[in-house]
Ligand binder design. Structure first.
Ligand SMILES: C[S@@+](CC[C@H](N)C(=O)[O-])C[C@H]1O[C@@H](n2cnc3c(N)ncnc32)[C@H](O)[C@@H]1O
Length: 236
């Protein structure tokens, strides 16, 4: 049962950013957007490390894959918003686990960038493409996963084609990993971009999951090509 809204509450006056020496037009635009973004304000208010936390809250409110006692892998976890939401919802260390006699939920993450510790989660500072990354994550999970999340995105190069290929490569690697670790009935969520190669991944997902949806949560900025693909009912 969701107790908190996954949307910002209240309206705030628009903040205008004055031009300042040394500030580029794009950094001024970025700052103005941050200061006026209700999700940024709400994340700060609720102690989430990123506004991205609301994307996962909204996806989970729609699909209900984060259940108390679940084992979750969070790929591309920094700065930790999704990990915080996963911990809140699977409640590590409380109640009975969903498999293999483990007590409570388990949340394991990985990112190139180190993540400040989050109580209830273990987050590795490591490249997901490292050969040993899947095995290390699996070991930490201690059993088959209920959910594999991937919000991984490589730093933008500005070359649309290159950025697209890189993000889709990460989503495909996450999907391969999900097929190794998910238990039957498990769920997979990955960031993708609207465009060409998405189709290939979609076809693979349809083979492996009983239900596959493309969604853009309200918290995902309208001017971004970002979308999320959600696969539920892993066939195993
Ligand atoms: C959009 S951010 C994730 C935000 C996060 N979900 C949150 O709520 O705070 C994307 C992350 O993917 C990570 N990333 C990109 N490539 C990666 C890789 N090969 N291995 C691990 N992490 C990667 C980046 O370092 C970045 O922190």
């Amino acid at each position: 049962m969701t107790t908190k809204s996954s949307k910002p509450t209240g309206r705030r006056a628009t903040v205008r950013v004055k031009t300042a020496r040394g500030r580029t037009v794009s950094s001024q635009r970025w700052l103005q957007r941050q200061l006026n973004d209700p999700y940024v304000a709400e994340a700060k208010k609720r102690g989430y490390r990123s506004r991205a936390a609301f994307k996962l809250l909204q996806l989970d409110d729609q699909f209900r894959f984060l259940k108390p006692g679940g084992r979750v892998v969070d790929l591309g976890a920094a700065p930790g918003g999704w990990t915080q939401v996963a911990v809140e919802r699977v409640k590590p260390g409380q109640g009975k686990g969903q498999g293999q006699g483990k007590v409570g939920g388990v949340v394991v993450g990985i990112d190139l960038t180190p993540v400040e510790p989050i109580a209830g989660a273990t987050v590795l500072a490591k490249d997901f493409y490292d050969d040993d990354a899947p095995a290390v994550l699996q070991e930490l999970l201690g059993g088959p996963a209920d959910v594999v999340l991937s919000d991984m995105a490589a730093a933008a190069t500005g070359e649309t084609q290159v950025d697209h290929l890189r993000i889709m490569g990460l989503a495909e690697a996450a999907h391969d990993f999900a097929c190794q670790v998910l238990k039957p009935g498990g769920s997979f969520v990955a960031k993708v971009l609207r465009g060409g190669t998405e189709r290939t991944l979609l076809d693979r997902l349809k083979r492996d999951f009983t239900k596959v949806r493309h969604v853009k949560p309200e918290a995902s900025r309208a001017d971004s090509a970002e979308m999320y693909v959600v696969g539920t009912g892993f066939r195993g």
